[in-house]
Design a protein around this ligand. Structure first.
Ligand SMILES: O=c1ccn([C@H]2C[C@H](O)[C@@H](COP(=O)(O)OP(=O)(O)OP(=O)(O)O)O2)c(=O)[nH]1
Ligand SMILES: [Mg+2]
Length: 170
């Protein structure tokens, strides 16, 4: 079977329908060829005090094809320079959602407020394929090397510690 999605445009890009709820703002755009995230803008001015969060509208709504999701990710430059992030990172935009995409920003800086102006690029939208699972209940799960170890079971910053036993994965 071909790997190309039927909704892929001739260029190989997936077509995503978008409406501008705020016609004076540009569409989301990729800053460079090959970028995974298309930048999202805030449609409003907002100032976030240290530790404060704020839900900002982006002025756009999209219709994703079934089998896709749009994830709202922080921008690393704003995170590194100002401590700006997203409370629910990454935000999940379901394929069936037709409302305005919003971003739940948070100021992680302990001292400085963050001032954002309408039109500032505050987040990025990463579109991915997703699987829908059929959840099949069983009495016992197949064994694995990791087993139920988690939350630091392999140690801290150094080289990972070897598993204590190595059952054969099925
Ligand atoms: O960062 C985000 C996250 C979500 N949404 C929209 C699209 C998504 O499809 C919808 C619901 O999001 P989610 O499922 O994460 O929230 P919920 O709290 O489970 O709400 P619901 O009960 O409506 O599913 O809200 C956004 O606009 N931005
Ligand atoms: Mg939900």
């Amino acid at each position: 079977m071909s790997d190309v999605h039927p909704l892929a445009a001739p260029s190989g890009q997936l077509e995503v329908l978008v409406t501008r709820l705020d016609p004076d703002l540009p569409l989301p755009a990729y800053a460079h060829p090959g970028d995974a995230g298309a930048d999202l803008l805030t449609a409003v001015d907002i100032t976030l005090a240290p530790g404060e969060r704020g839900l900002v509208p982006t002025g756009i709504a999209i219709a994703l094809p079934d089998g896709f999701v749009a994830l709202v990710h922080p921008r690393s430059g704003l995170a590194a320079r100002h401590g700006l992030s997203i409370v629910n990172t990454p935000g999940t935009v379901d394929a069936g959602y037709r409302g305005e995409i919003k971003v739940m920003l948070i100021n992680h800086d302990p001292r400085e407020p963050i001032e954002l102006r309408r039109g500032d690029r505050v987040a990025q939208l990463v579109i991915q394929r997703v699987e829908r699972a059929r959840f099949t209940e069983v009495g016992e799960l197949p064994v694995s090397v990791r087993g139920d170890g988690g939350y630091g079971s392999t140690g801290g910053f150094g080289a990972p510690s070897a598993p204590t036993e190595a059952p054969t994965e099925e």
